[in-house]
Design a protein around this ligand. Structure first.
Ligand code: G3H
Ligand code: ZN
Length: 278
């Protein structure tokens, strides 16, 4: 059961109180590592490609098709997702390529504009059977500035889900993107309040800054899709640095990227356990 829809993974996890690990693909090695980690853990996994990664590659199609191919060859359930898209045309391209889901992120817009833009994107995605995640109450750090103080109001969240028709909601509950230390203080009571009120699965962004035990608590409180990117890059880069420091004469990129890929796979397997994703 290789490539599956994100809806299957996220709704299945939500129904059984498990977390669904969603990890970012930047290079092909990430996709290979994320699947290897999921296979080692015997758990489903979501591979996500952000608009920023698309900018880095200057196109979605090459990395998108490669990621879909890695997913199709997996022995566990794997979904492919477009992360933090701000451009509706990029969403349309992902839908056309066969992605199972998109996150349309209009969270910087005023509420009414966020609703209108998100509803339009959602209608297009649903017409093609694609699952849609959106964000309300901007999770900080996307521009490099940490802003863990943002909070999403549960009543506003319910109204937003109803007005847009989205399938999953990213909420601000104390995290911030791109943290290098696990020092984020999660508002677990707020997660529980959202779980009670909001009729769709909840998504945690900026999860690299959350200590392991709080990731487990977040899932227990009702968080389902958990997005992790930065801490995997830390593992990758640490392994590559160590290898190159010990082997300064090596120039074959395969020799030093292999330990990076192995380190990410091991960390993904460990994190899927923390998230109770299996
Ligand atoms: O959308 C992706 C994430 O929210 C990842 O955040 O890099 O802080 O783990 P992170
Ligand atoms: Zn994010």
């Amino acid at each position: 059961m290789p490539l599956v829809s994100t809806a299957d993974i996220v709704r299945g996890a939500a129904e059984s109180g498990r977390g669904a690990g969603a990890f970012n693909v930047i290079q092909l090695e990430h996709a290979e590592a994320l699947v290897a980690g999921a296979e080692a853990a015997g758990a489903p996994v979501i591979l996500q490609i952000s608009e920023n990664a698309v900018k880095y590659h200057r196109a979605l199609e090459p990395i998108g098709l490669a990621t879909l191919a890695v997913a199709r060859a997996a022995s566990v359930s794997v979904a492919v997702h477009l992360d933090h898209a701000t451009k509706p045309e990029l969403v349309r391209e992902a839908v056309a390529l066969g992605f199972g889901s998109v996150m349309y992120d209009a969270s910087v817009l005023p509420y009414a504009e966020n609703v209108a833009a998100t509803r339009e994107v959602t209608e297009h995605c649903h017409a093609h059977g694609v699952f849609v995640e959106a964000e309300l109450g901007e999770v900080g750090g996307k521009d490099g500035v940490h802003a863990p103080g943002a909070r999403t109001d549960p009543d506003e969240a319910v109204a937003f889900v109803q007005a847009t028709g989205i399938d999953a909601l990213a909420i601000a509950v104390g995290t911030s993107h791109a943290m290098l230390e696990k020092t984020a203080a999660l508002d677990l009571d707020l997660i529980a309040a959202h779980r009670k009120a909001v009729p769709v699965p909840l998504v945690l962004h900026g999860s690299s800054g959350v200590p392991d035990e709080d990731l487990t608590r977040a899932v227990d409180a009702g968080m389902t899709k958990v997005n992790i990117a930065t801490s995997l890059n830390q593992a990758f880069t640490r392994a590559v640095r160590d290898f190159l420091a010990a082997n300064p004469a090596v120039v074959d990129t395969r020799k030093y990227l292999s330990p990076g890929r192995d380190a990410v796979a091991a960390e993904v397997a460990r994190l899927l356990g923390v998230l109770k994703a299996g």
